[in-house]
Design a protein around this ligand. Sequence first.
Ligand SMILES: [Zn+2]
Length: 250
Amino acid sequence: MNKSKDYVLEKYSRQIMIGQIGVKGQNKIINSSISIIGCGGLGTSAAQYLSMSGVGNLTLIDNDKIELSNLNRQTLFNENDIGEFKCKVLANRIKDINSSIKINYYKNKITTKNIKKYVGKCSIVLDCTDNFKSRIIINKFCYNEKKILISAAIQNFDLQAFILSSWSKHDNPCYKCIFPNLKNNQSMSCDEMGIIAPVAGLGGIIQANLAINFILKFKVNFKELILLDCQNFSLKKIRILKNINCKECN
Ligand SMILES: [Zn+2]
C-alpha cells in the first residue's frame, strides 16, 4: 500500500481541511498510541473510528471469543467470526481500514501483573471493559503510570463517558473518586443488563472523539461526567470532584 505524503493528504483530507487540525494535527493523530482494553461493543466502535481517524498505533486486549449475541452491537464482527478471538478478528478488520497502522493484540484478561507489559507504551488507555474488577485495575495503573484514562459505560438507552488525568493535577479525580463503593465482583455486562445497538456504538465513538480531542490538544475537561440518554436525547454534563479520602489517587 502506498503510504506516501500524497496518500496521507488524500486519505485524511476531510480532517486536514479543518483549520484546527491541518497537516500538523493529522501527524499528531498518526503518531499517537492508544490501548483499547475490551473489544466488545465499546471497544470495536472506538477501534473502528480511531483507525479511520489515522491513529498510528493501537493495542487491543480481550480474552473473549465472538458469540452470536455479540453481533447486535459489536461493529466489524459478523456471523463467520463466531468462535474466533475478538481481539484477533478486530486487529485484522482494522488493518483493512488503515494498512499503515501498527497493531498489537493480546488474547488475555487484564490483570495487575500483565497490564504494564501490554499497555505500558501507550499514552492513552480506553477502558471498554464490562466489569468493575478490570476498571479498578485500569484506574490504578493509569494513576501510577501517568496515562490518560478514557472510560465509557452503557446500559439500555443510557451512556456515560469521561476522560481522566488523575495524576496531573492535585484536584483531578480518578475513577474510584467518582465510584468509591464499587466492588470487584460487580458486573456491568450487557449479558446481564441489556443494550440497544446504537448506544454501544455511540459510547465507543465518544471515547474515540475524546481521545482525538486530547491528542489535538483541544480543551478537554478532566472533571466532567458526560451522560447521554439516547431515548429522549438529553445530554447532561456533571462536574466530578476528587475525593480527598480516595485510597487510589492520594
Ligand atoms: Zn481517586
